[in-house]
Design a protein around this ligand. Structure first.
Ligand code: HPA
Length: 291
């Protein structure tokens, strides 16, 4: 290990820190979340539309969280009561390309599920491999191709009481939650999300390869979080906001500022989708507010 680079936590440590963070989250919020939402780039303008935060914390107030290093990624945790369910919203996330370990990348999701969330909504910004699906489009993730070379489950077997690391991913992105999403917006497309490490964008040759492999979207997040959520038994919904046509599909070179700008422009559309969607996703989890 080179000087100054912290060694990644062992599996046992990673789960122990997530348990501590979950305990602290429930203590600070005063209730266990039923639904967790991760707002990736482009999706943060939606946060306020979801409802008034009852509690808002910097992520760093919880054990094991680090502030995101990416401009446009805020690093805040909000708790709110929405549509009959307690919801925890993470504004910002960690990525492998920031030099974070897989355990750090999935820490928020692990924390939320250990705290009680059984539905995890993962949102992201993505490049589209389909020239007909340009910036501003929203796509339901049907499946992913994890090309990061990483897994949140590599390392030792998870500690006693947790499921085996050999987790089945056949149905990783819940068909039921995709159906519920289409009941809110029947025009939502579905696609396969290819997850790469980044932070560079892809070459046109890589995009051509991904397209022939069946991918419709490309991005640098989500896949490891989905695996970690599924490992702990949560249902996963993945939503991609298309911020650009992928390299070679687009006649223009890619520019991170433009990706962020396309995200900002899509804010109202995302709110119209996510605000009515949240109570329906919570579905059977909803109930009267505990006193
Ligand atoms: N490639 C990878 N990640 C992305 C892209 C892209 O084109 N757009 C937004 N995130």
């Amino acid at each position: 290990m080179s000087p100054g680079v912290a060694s990644p936590p062992s599996t046992v440590e990673a789960f122990a820190v997530a348990e501590k963070a979950a305990e602290e989250l429930v203590r600070r919020v005063g209730a266990a979340p039923k639904v967790a939402v991760v707002l990736g780039s482009g999706w943060r303008p939606v946060a306020d539309a979801l409802g008034d935060a009852e509690v808002e914390l910097p992520m760093t107030a919880l054990p094991g969280f680090r502030a995101p290093s990416v401009p446009g990624h805020e690093g805040t945790v909000r708790s709110l009561w929405a549509g009959g369910a307690q919801v925890v919203v993470f504004l910002g996330r960690s990525h492998l390309y920031e030099g974070r370990s897989p355990a750090e990348v999935v820490h928020a999701v692990r924390t939320a599920v250990i705290a009680g969330a059984s539905v995890v909504v993962l949102t992201n910004a993505a490049g589209s491999l389909d020239p007909a699906l340009g910036p501003g489009g929203v796509v339901l993730i049907r499946d992913h191709i994890n090309l990061t070379g990483a897994s949140p489950l590599s390392g030792d077997e998870p500690p006693a009481g947790y499921p085996s690391r050999f987790v089945d991913l056949t149905d990783l992105y819940s068909g039921r939650l995709r159906e519920v999403s289409r009941s809110v917006d029947g025009s939502l497309a579905e696609g396969v999300y290819a997850a790469l490490r980044g932070p560079h964008y892809e070459t046109p040759a890589e995009i051509a390869m991904l397209r022939s492999a069946g991918a419709g979207l490309v991005g640098m997040s989500t896949a490891l979080e989905a695996i970690a959520a599924r490992h702990l038994g949560a249902s996963v919904l993945g939503l991609s906001l298309v911020t650009n046509l992928a390299a070679g599909v687009s006649p223009e070179p890619l520019d991170h500022a433009e990706v962020l700008a396309a995200g900002a422009a899509a804010g109202p559309r995302l709110g119209e989708l996510l605000v009515p969607l949240l109570p329906r996703l919570a579905g059977p989890l909803t109930g009267p507010r505990p006193a």
